[in-house]
Write a protein that binds this ligand. Structure first.
Ligand code: NAD
Ligand code: TYD
Length: 337
């Protein structure tokens, strides 16, 4: 039995990761530590709340006492750290909490992983730590870090701490740097679910600037299989880029959503751009493909249709997350755009 502490396991990617383990790895026990911020939602794991291989704890990764207690109580072998403040626009409005969770919280986990001599510490990072690309080129694992947003700066700082703990104390770590994820249970502050939700409600789709910004989209399940392979097969100290070679402009993605939902292009509204908006991300994932034989299971064209249909078929989930505070968030973020 492998006992894994998954942090942020009630968020978008973390909950997909926990579900994948519970479905596919019967000899694995998951301790799921999540603060349940606005982005964390136990409904993401509704079917698995009482699963015998799953123990959920509401708590903060900054609470070292609690983390130590969980590691001892459940004989934890490895930590996979998904917990984070994850939205670029929020980091521009309010950067401080990004330092608290993404940097200070990671540091606390690292100190505990070091002291408890855990088998592995996997830091789930992002391609955004590399900064922005022009029309050509791709990020490799040796691309220098050059983060542009408070979010990516906090993730890059955490990556440096992880590597420094490996260098100084020999902790067995890996860092994953994935491109933009899409799929079921993504909170509708991120572009794809926000556009789906607005289109379903016949509301304007707020496309930042010219809409020609490029993201390299990966289906969330494929990110999860990559993290699992890294956790179980990678050599400690290695960093892996994860991506699906699916570069699309934001306008292309919005076009696919409108077409699938049978809504008119007239819903597209170009709005004031995001300050410091990174123009293009693109991942070279050769290393994980060659070394760990990982490959994505779906194309973007398949995954995006599945995703749109999931939101259509899970209107209750969508309705519940866009009630209350989300309305205030949307109002404050978009009213002057
Ligand atoms: P999310 O915002 O959907 O989920 C984050 C989760 O972390 C939430 O459940 C939240 O409650 C929890 N959390 C926040 N602060 C916490 C704290 N102090 N203690 C415990 N739990 C806390 O984010 P996501 O999109 O699922 O991203 C997960 C990870 O993957 C993040 O580290 C992010 O940087 C990284 N990542 C995301 C993407 C993407 O496209 N979404 C791409 C690459 C990497
Ligand atoms: P987002 O989902 O916030 O991810 P990230 O900024 O981490 O890449 O945004 C994806 C792209 O969509 C990015 O270029 C910003 C753009 N975008 C919009 O045009 N309108 C929106 O309302 C949002 C949230 C994002």
């Amino acid at each position: 039995m492998r006992n894994i502490l998954v942090t942020g396991g009630a968020g978008f990617i973390g909950s997909n990761f926990v579900r994948m383990i519970l479905e596919e790895q019967k000899d694995c026990f998951v301790v799921n530590l999540d603060k349940l911020t606005y982005a964390g939602n136990l409904e993401n794991l509704k079917k698995y709340k009482e699963h015998s291989n799953h123990h959920f704890v509401k708590g903060d990764i900054c609470d070292g006492k609690l983390v130590k207690k969980l590691i001892d109580e459940f004989n934890v072998d490895a930590i996979v750290n998904f917990a984070a403040e994850s939205h670029v626009d929020r980091s521009i409005e309010e950067p401080k909490v990004f330092i608290d969770t993404n940097v200070a919280g990671t540091l606390i986990l690292l100190e505990i992983a070091r002291d408890k001599e855990l088998e592995r510490f996997v830091q789930v990072s992002t391609d955004e730590v590399y900064g922005s690309l022009g029309p050509e080129g791709v990020f490799t694992e040796t691309t220098p870090l050059s983060p542009n947003s408070p979010y990516s700066a906090s993730k890059a700082a955490a990556d440096h701490f992880v590597a420094a703990f490996g260098h100084t104390w020999g902790i067995r770590y890996n860092i994953t740097r994935c491109s933009n994820n899409y799929g079921q249970y993504q909170f509708p502050e991120k572009m794809i679910p926000l556009m789906i939700n607005n289109a379903l409600n016949n509301k304007d789709l707020p496309v930042y600037g010219d809409g020609l910004y490029v993201r390299d989209w990966l289906y969330v399940y494929d990110h999860c299989t990559a993290v699992w392979k890294i956790l179980t097969e990678a050599t400690p100290g290695e960093i892996y880029n994860i991506g699906g070679c699916n570069e699309k402009t934001n306008l292309e993605v919005v076009g696919i959503i409108l077409e699938r939902l049978g809504k008119p292009d007239s819903l597209i509204k170009h709005v004031k751009d995001r300050p410091g908006h990174d123009r293009r991300y693109a991942i070279d994932a050769t290393k994980i493909i060659n070394e760990l034989s990982w490959e994505p299971s779906v194309t973007f064209e398949e995954g995006i249709i599945e995703t749109i249909d999931w939101y259509l078929n899970n209107n209750d989930w969508l309705e519940s997350v866009v009630s209350g505070d989300y309305q205030k968030y949307y109002e404050s973020m978009y009213k002057d755009r």
